[in-house]
Design a protein around this ligand. Structure first.
Ligand code: SF4
Ligand SMILES: [Zn+2]
Length: 622
């Protein structure tokens, strides 16, 4: 049911948008999910709506989907939200309509915060709305907020489980099963918050529990007990779990007093209220034959107890790892700033062939949260000078065709290099016949206006590099401190593609905070993620701690083995193994044939691994 309010006009427009989008999905049934998302984005751009249109659910993540999940946001300050389920051309469309004010608060809700974080922005939304979405995603993904979410899952699960026991004692078996299953699902969520990707997707919930438990070092027996109770089958089966969740969802949606558009906590409160002193929930569950889905209800209490235990273990382990990662920050170690042909205002000037690489001094990264990164430190240690004059002098001196311009941070961050300075640098580069420009930034600064300015300045090609580190947010954001979650990278990539600017992603590999097996999983999923989004180039940075007392991590031989299993298609995949890296850290050890294979990009060809530590690649750090 719609609630009356100032978004009524937006609801009518949202319904029209939903119809156009559903019709386009129908027409493009054969397209890949990523192509389909691109086509929908073009469609929404052509509709010239002043609303923010977000696609979420499976299609939002770039996966095949039968149903459509849409959120349409109006630029209104009030806090309003309406929901309806539509059927358009026999396709189920879950349509949410809301206001900018609602976006400003809803990230605190664990479920909505998650939905916003897997959303894909269609078309060209007004910048104020895009920023409201971006802020919500950034706030939801702050590690301390994710910890609050994990605690909220545990608390709510405990309350639901108590109510399920009371329902069982009063003979309401169907309600007891529903409540206990809901409690069990919630109790498993902290595990996924800490070590997984998708907390709310029913389709992937089983895999998420299994994968997260493995990463958290939890035994297979405990995980099996949780999965057995969740799927109500002795051989864990995601299909039976999805069927149970569908039945539970049908029961809950049909309850008077249970509003699916409410924040998660209020919905659970409503569910608890409905099971107190009435048998409404039990009757609804019975009439949906819910008990047929629970052949082994006696597994639920044991499964719940295990879920609570393994989630608590996972939270403790995650906290330990986060502390370990944080203590490995380069600020704790005395590092000398690496320099090459330094000049006032630039610590690194490297002219080779027709390329000029400059690392400008602009006081360092202003989003310096990454635990592995030495650049903010170098940036702070290098005395800034007038950036435009520095670049002008160096470009006139070296006359490069290609200019790679960095700044130990984000060149597109207006707080590091002002838009006026960037414009002047671009103008002088063009007038000095620079034809190719490379810059690097955190993705939140990849805005349409900034990128369009670079793309239309007159270069033959422009490339924007971003430090993804890994497509796994539990590792990149949760442990390594990457400032932007994956959804912001997704948005940046679509802006770059639209402006025909090339994207380059950096991946980190081998940091000791997780195992070599975790890095293998990370490499596989990150390369697949980048390849599906037609990223032009991925550069892998093998990690070496700058601290002298850190035990050696995995070897280059291991990296070569992992890379040999991947076929990159058109994407360039290379490994950063400079003789003297500008980041100043050493190279990992590895045998000569493997180091050579990694340098040449021929991972599965050439001489086999020598497997001899004696022939390790010497450290070449500055
Ligand atoms: S990786 Fe990038 S964003 Fe992170 S601290 Fe280093 S320069 Fe800053
Ligand atoms: Zn080797």
């Amino acid at each position: 049911m719609m609630r009356p309010g100032s978004i009524d006009a937006s609801v009518s427009e949202a319904c029209r948008l939903a119809s156009s989008i559903a019709a386009a999905v129908q027409r493009s049934a054969a397209a890949s999910p990523i192509e389909l998302r691109n086509a929908l984005s073009r469609l929404v751009r052509g509709l010239h709506t002043s609303h923010l249109v977000l696609l979420f659910g499976s299609l939002g993540r770039g996966e095949r989907a039968r149903d459509l999940d849409l959120l349409v946001v109006a630029d209104e300050p009030e806090v309003e939200h309406a929901y309806q389920r539509l059927s358009i051309d026999a396709r189920q469309v879950d349509l949410n309509v809301a206001t900018r004010g609602w976006l400003g608060t809803v990230w605190e809700d664990p479920e909505w915060g998650y939905c916003l974080s897997e959303a894909y922005l269609l078309g060209h939304p007004p910048r104020a709305l895009e920023m409201a979405w971006e802020t919500a995603v950034l706030k939801y993904n702050q590690p301390r907020h994710r910890r609050r979410c994990a605690r909220s899952h545990v608390d709510l699960a405990g309350r639901l489980f108590e109510v399920s026991i009371a329902a069982s004692r009063s003979g309401q078996d169907a309600a007891a099963c529903l409540l206990a299953h809901e409690a069990l699902r919630l109790a498993s969520m902290p595990l996924i918050e800490c070590f997984g990707r998708r907390v709310y997707s029913h389709q992937s919930f089983f895999d998420e529990v299994r994968d997260s438990a493995r990463r958290a070092g939890i035994t297979g027996a405990a995980t099996r007990e949780v999965l057995r109770a969740l799927g109500q089958r002795d051989d864990p089966d995601p299909g039976s779990y999805v069927a149970i969740r569908r039945s539970i969802s049908t029961v809950m949606r049909g309850l008077h007093g249970y509003d699916v558009s409410l924040p998660r906590e209020r919905r659970i409160e409503a569910l608890i209220a409905l099971s107190h002193g009435t048998n409404v929930l039990d009757e609804a569950a019975k009439s949906a034959a819910l008990l047929d889905r629970f052949p082994c209800p006696e597994w639920l209490p044991a499964g719940y107890a295990q879920a609570v235990r393994i989630s608590s273990e996972a939270m403790e382990r995650h906290e330990r790892l986060a502390r370990l990662a944080s203590s490995s920050r380069p600020r704790d170690h005395h590092l000398e700033t690496p320099v090459r042909s330094s000049t006032p205002g630039a610590r690194w000037v490297d002219a080779s062939g027709d390329r000029l690489k400059i690392i400008l001094a602009t006081s360092g990264c202003q989003t310096p949260t990454c635990v592995f990164c030495t650049l903010p430190l170098y940036g702070r240690q290098t005395e800034p000078a007038a950036s435009v004059a520095v670049v002008g002098r160096l470009v006139r001196e070296h006359r490069p065709r290609r200019l790679s311009l960095y700044n130990d941070g984000s060149l597109l961050n207006p707080a590091e290099l002002s838009p006026k300075q960037l414009r002047e640098i671009v103008e002088l580069a063009i007038s000095s016949e620079v034809r190719v420009l490379d810059v690097e930034t955190v993705p939140r600064f990849v805005t349409r206006d900034r990128i369009a300015d670079l793309a239309t300045a007159g270069f033959e090609s422009v490339s924007v590099a971003m430090g993804l580190q890994t497509s796994e947010d539990w590792l990149a954001v949760g442990l390594l401190g990457r400032p932007d979650p994956l959804a912001i990278f997704e948005r940046a990539l679509s802006v770059l593609r639209e402006c025909q600017v090339s994207a380059r992603l950096y991946l980190l590999w081998g940091h000791g905070v997780v195992s070599t097996a975790d890095w293998e999983g990370s490499l596989r999923s990150s390369l697949a993620w980048a390849s599906a989004r037609a990223v032009e180039r991925v550069t892998i940075c093998p990690y070496v701690s700058p601290a002298a007392d850190t035990p050696p991590g995995p070897t280059l031989c291991e990296l070569r083995r992992q890379l040999a299993a991947f076929s990159p298609g058109d994407m360039v995949v290379d490994v950063s193994l400079a003789e003297t890296p500008s980041c100043g850290v050493a190279n990992l050890p590895g045998c000569i044939p493997c180091a050579t294979a990694l340098r040449s990009g021929q991972y599965s060809r050439g001489p086999a691994c020598a497997k001899t530590p004696a022939s390790c690649l010497p450290s070449t750090g500055a």
